[in-house]
Design a protein around this ligand. Structure first.
Ligand SMILES: *[C@@H]1O[C@H](CO)[C@@H](O)[C@H](O)[C@H]1NC(C)=O
Ligand SMILES: *[C@@H]1O[C@H](CO)[C@@H](O)[C@H](O)[C@H]1NC(C)=O
Ligand SMILES: *[C@@H]1O[C@H](CO)[C@@H](O)[C@H](O)[C@H]1NC(C)=O
Ligand SMILES: *[C@@H]1O[C@H](CO)[C@@H](O)[C@H](O)[C@H]1NC(C)=O
Length: 486
């Protein structure tokens, strides 16, 4: 413990009982800026499978409310990643995503016959708003499948594999190059619309066969395709586009795929996995950044509760899920499944629902907000220690120099004073907060990220605030000499 923190802890102790003393003594959390971990890319969600279409049908004020809730850092979650679905279907029946080449052009070497409707299943609208109105910089375009005629089962749904990868030969020929060209064309259509796709994925849940767009792939088969896709992107002046792979159904199965893909490791950008069959409780074995690209409570009945009984759809649960993925799973991004939708479904598969044409957020969205507003792209996670039991802490240094600290208190009972001390030792530890440079926000059952009192000691390195039970508190410290707080 450092002298200043020790002093402020002592000051807090006057008149307390022995057990309270023990409890309060444990409540100084140390942030060590010299011990760094992963760099963050952000937080996000998707409007794929025509969720975007349904949101665009709403009245203009409700469209704006939806977009604000998703992307605004003052009125909503401030999400920084949008995951779009690259369509593979022949039309837009049900919630299918129509392909940019719905019909077979006549074989893998035939002249392509691309079609662009300027909407891309409603996603062009959301993308343009995200980028132009809210300054979002990261668009992840992700194919659930290749069009059916490029696959062994001649159907974009029900599994099947891309013709031409190992163990998947088709009488129609090898479609690897044609599929790579197709993905490049999709990126070009978005460029025409003024939207730069930054990350490109060609698989979604390749370990799962289902009645909607789905395509099977092993790691070896993904490797076969990356060997074609990377040079195709590069030849098309798309060297900056990062290849994401493989959006497996669960996190741990992604390790098995990665083990079959070592020879294309240099061509891959981000290793991606979902959190359904297993969650990101430990890092993937890769040197690349990793993203948890899809999680949701797909079965629970809609709830907008912050905390009721620790249920799968509650806000505090998601604040904790995000925490675990970042701190234990080493992820650089965390994405919910659907952002918002107006479709007849009463589950928690989305963060925002529509009731009688009115947009309504859940506390899941606000759990994301409590992370995404303060931990901005480029933030580097730094170490924390000393959290009392049932309290989870994490900290980040943002690109603008601010330090953001998250405290998730899963204890019931009464509020506790928690001090956060920035350690002095080690490289990059020269941080001193401006005298007026500390702020804290609380979210619990009754408060919606209300600003609460936080004090800074004379050293500029120790701040304290009262942390209520079952809450998430975010501290932000602004360094001396800077003007704005994150
Ligand atoms: C290559 O891509 C960059 C960035 O997207 C763009 O600025 C540039 O104009 C492109 N050049 C050509 C020849 O297309
Ligand atoms: C965490 O991810 C980074 C890449 O973002 C990687 O360099 C680092 O080795 C990973 N850490 C662990 C413990 O796997
Ligand atoms: C928080 O505590 C409740 C019980 O009080 C428990 O049901 C829930 O699983 C806990 N959440 C976490 C993330 O530990
Ligand atoms: C944090 O979550 C609460 C809801 O639990 C929400 O009202 C509040 O606005 C969120 N904070 C931020 C900064 O978005």
């Amino acid at each position: 413990m450092y002298p200043t923190a020790f002093l402020s802890s002592l000051l807090l102790l006057g008149g307390a009982s022995a057990s309270e003393l023990e409890y309060r003594q444990a409540s100084t959390i140390t942030v060590d800026l010299s011990r760094t971990f992963q760099t963050m890319d952000g937080f996000g969600a998707s409007e794929a499978f025509q969720r975007a279409v349904t949101m665009k049908r709403l009245a203009e004020d409700q469209q704006r409310k939806f977009l604000d809730l998703m992307f605004s850092t003052t009125k909503g979650a401030g999400l920084t990643i949008l995951r779009n679905g690259i369509g593979s279907s022949v039309d837009m029946r049900d919630d299918w995503m129509v392909s940019i080449q719905p019909r077979n052009p006549g074989g893998p070497s035939a002249t392509p016959n691309y079609v662009w409707d300027g909407s891309d299943n409603g996603q062009v609208w959301v993308s343009q708003e995200a980028v132009k109105t809210y300054g979002l910089k990261t668009i992840y375009a992700n194919a659930w499948s290749a069009p059916g005629y490029m696959k062994t089962n001649n159907n974009d749904a029900n599994g099947g594999s891309l013709c031409g990868v190992s163990g998947a030969s088709c009488s129609s020929g090898d479609w690897k190059q044609a599929f790579a060209n197709y993905l490049v064309q999709y990126v070009k259509f978005y460029q025409q619309e003024g939207v730069e796709i930054t990350h490109l994925g060609f698989l979604n849940e390749p370990d799962y066969t289902t009645s909607y767009a789905s395509m099977r792939s092993s790691g070896t088969q993904a490797q076969d395709f990356i060997r074609v896709l990377r040079p195709t992107l590069d030849r098309n002046n798309m060297t900056h586009i990062i290849i994401n792979c493989c959006d497996t159904m669960g996190w741990s199965v992604m390790n098995s795929m990665l083990n079959q893909m070592r020879s294309v490791e240099d061509s891959m950008g981000v290793a991606t996995g979902h959190a359904y069959t297993s969650g990101p409780s430990s890092p993937l074995s890769t040197r690349h950044k990793t993203w948890m690209t899809e999680a949701a409570d797909n079965n629970g009945a809609w709830t907008s509760s912050w905390y009721s009984n620790g249920g799968a759809g509650e806000g505090l649960t998601w604040a904790n899920n995000i925490y675990g993925a970042i701190v234990n799973g080493n992820v650089s991004a965390y994405l919910y499944w659907v952002g918002a939708q107006d479709r007849p479904s009463n589950t928690n598969s989305k963060m925002i629902r529509v009731v009688n044409r009115q947009v309504e957020p859940s506390k899941r969205l606000w759990a994301f907000a409590n992370w995404s507003r303060f931990v901005r792209p480029g933030a580097v996670r730094v170490s924390t220690s000393g959290a009392p039991s049932n309290v989870r802490t994490s900290a980040f240094r943002n690109v603008d120099g601010t330090v953001a600290v998250q405290i998730i208190n899963n204890n019931s009972g009464s509020a506790r004073t928690i001090s956060v001390n920035i350690a002095t030792a080690g490289a990059g530890s020269s941080f001193v907060a401006a005298a007026d440079g500390v702020a804290a926000w609380v979210t619990d059952g009754s408060r919606d990220c209300d600003q609460i009192a936080a004090t800074l000691d004379a050293s500029g390195r120790t701040m304290s605030a009262s942390v209520p039970p079952r809450s998430m508190v975010s501290f932000v410290l602004r360094p001396a000499g800077s003007k704005t707080i994150a």
